[in-house]
Design a protein around this ligand. Structure first.
Ligand SMILES: NC(=O)c1ccc[n+]([C@@H]2O[C@H](COP(=O)([O-])OP(=O)(O)OC[C@H]3O[C@@H](n4cnc5c(N)ncnc54)[C@H](OP(=O)(O)O)[C@@H]3O)[C@@H](O)[C@H]2O)c1
Length: 281
C-alpha cells in the first residue's frame, strides 16, 4: 500500500482526506501541533522518517481577513511553509499535491477562470497562496496544484455547515450578492484527489463542483432544501465593514480540463443537497 502524508490534518480537507483515503493508502495525517510546516528542520525530519510516496499539502492559514491583518504570518505559513513542504517532498521524490485557490485571480474576467488565465491576486491570502504555487512548481519535479474554491463539508469551519443552524435561530440574515464563485463539496474534492493520484496527473488543475453562485443564492438554496422560514436579505460586500480582505467579485473555476480526463463532476446544488441531508437529520 502506498503511503500518503497529509499536512493540516485537522482542517476541513485534512480530516476528510484522512478518512476517505485510508481505504486505499496508508495515511499519516498531521495537525499543526504535530507538524508545523513553518519548522523546516522538523518537516524534513518527519518526511525523511516516513518517506511517503504522496504528500497532500492542505495545511494553510485560510482565514482571509486574518491574513490581511497579519501578512507576515500569512507568507510564513502559506508561502514559506509550502516552500518547506516542497523541499522535504523533493528530497524523498514524493508526489506533491498542493491545494490552491480561486483567490489568486482578481475576479474581473466575468467568465470562469481556466488553468491558462493569468493570476492577479487582490488579497494577502491570494498572494501568499500564489507564492506557494511558485515554490511547489519550482522545487518539486512531481507536483500537482489543484485550484479549488469555497469548500464545504463536515468537520470544519464553513458556511454550509454553520448557516442552516443560524437560519433556524434568526428571523433574518444578510448575505452578499456580489461575490460569486464555485462551491466545492469536500467529499467530491477528496474523491477527485484519489482519482488524480491513481492517474498520476501532474501540473495545474481546477476543481470545484459545476456551476457558480453568490452567497445570497447559496443561502437561498440551503433555505429551500431545508424548508426554513428565515428571511434572506441581499447586501453588497462593501456593507461588511469588518471584512478587511478584498475578494474577487467573480472567481468561478472552469473545470473542462479535469473533465477531459474522464472525471464526472456533480453540480454544486446536487452535492450541497447530499451534504445537507447528512447533517440535518
Ligand atoms: N476552505 C476553502 O474554501 C478553500 C478554498 C480554496 C482553497 N483552499 C485551500 O485548501 C487547503 C485546505 O483548506 P481547508 O478548508 O481544509 O482549511 P482549514 O480547515 O483552515 O485547514 C487548514 C489547516 O491547516 C492548519 N495550519 C495552519 N497553520 C499551519 C502550520 N503552520 N502548519 C501546519 N498546519 C497549519 C490549520 O490549523 P489551525 O486551524 O489550528 O490554524 C488547519 O487545521 C488550504 O491550502 C486552503 O488554502 C481552501
Amino acid at each position: 500500500m502506498k503511503k500518503i502524508l497529509i499536512t493540516g490534518g485537522k482542517g476541513l480537507v485534512g480530516r476528510n482526506a484522512g478518512e476517505i483515503l485510508s481505504d486505499d493508502f496508508e495515511v499519516f495525517s498531521f495537525g499543526k501541533d504535530e507538524l508545523d510546516i513553518t519548522d523546516r528542520e522538523n518537516v524534513i525530519k518527519i518526511f525523511n522518517e516516513i518517506k511517503p510516496d504522496i504528500v497532500l499539502h492542505s495545511g494553510a492559514l485560510t482565514d482571509v481577513d486574518l491574513c490581511e491583518e497579519n501578512p507576515e504570518k500569512a507568507y510564513l505559513v502559506n508561502s514559506f511553509g509550502t516552500q518547506n513542504v516542497s523541499v522535504a517532498s523533493q528530497n524523498i521524490k514524493a508526489y506533491l499535491i498542493y491545494l490552491s485557490t480561486d483567490f489568486i485571480f482578481d475576479g474581473k474576467k466575468n467568465s470562469p477562470y481556466s488553468e491558462y488565465d493569468i493570476p492577479n491576486p487582490l488579497s494577502i491570502y491570494g498572494k501568499s497562496k500564489l507564492l506557494g504555487e511558485y515554490f511547489v512548481s519550482h522545487l518539486s519535479d512531481k507536483f500537482l496544484i489543484i485550484r479549488t474554491s469555497r469548500i464545504f463539508g463536515k468537520g470544519g469551519r464553513n458556511f454550509a455547515s454553520k448557516i442552516p443552524f443560524l437560519m433556524k435561530e434568526k428571523e433574518k440574515i444578510f448575505l452578499t450578492e456580489d461575490i460569486i464563485n464555485s462551491p466545492t463539496y469536500v467529499v467530491d474534492l477528496v474523491n477527485t484527489i484519489k482519482f488524480l493520484i491513481k492517474k498520476e496527473v501532474f501540473g495545474i488543475l481546477n476543481f470545484s463542483n459545476k456551476g457558480f453562485c453568490s452567497w445570497f443564492d447559496y443561502g437561498k438554496k440551503i433555505k429551500e432544501f431545508l424548508g426554513l422560514e428565515t428571511e434572506i436579505i441581499p447586501v453588497k460586500f462593501k456593507d461588511f465593514k469588518e471584512k478587511k480582505a478584498q475578494r474577487p467579485p467573480f472567481s468561478a473555476l472552469n473545470t473542462e480540463l479535469i473533465e477531459s480526463l474522464g472525471f464526472k463532476i456533480p453540480d454544486w446544488e446536487y452535492s450541497l443537497k447530499v451534504f445537507l441531508e447528512e447533517i440535518w437529520k
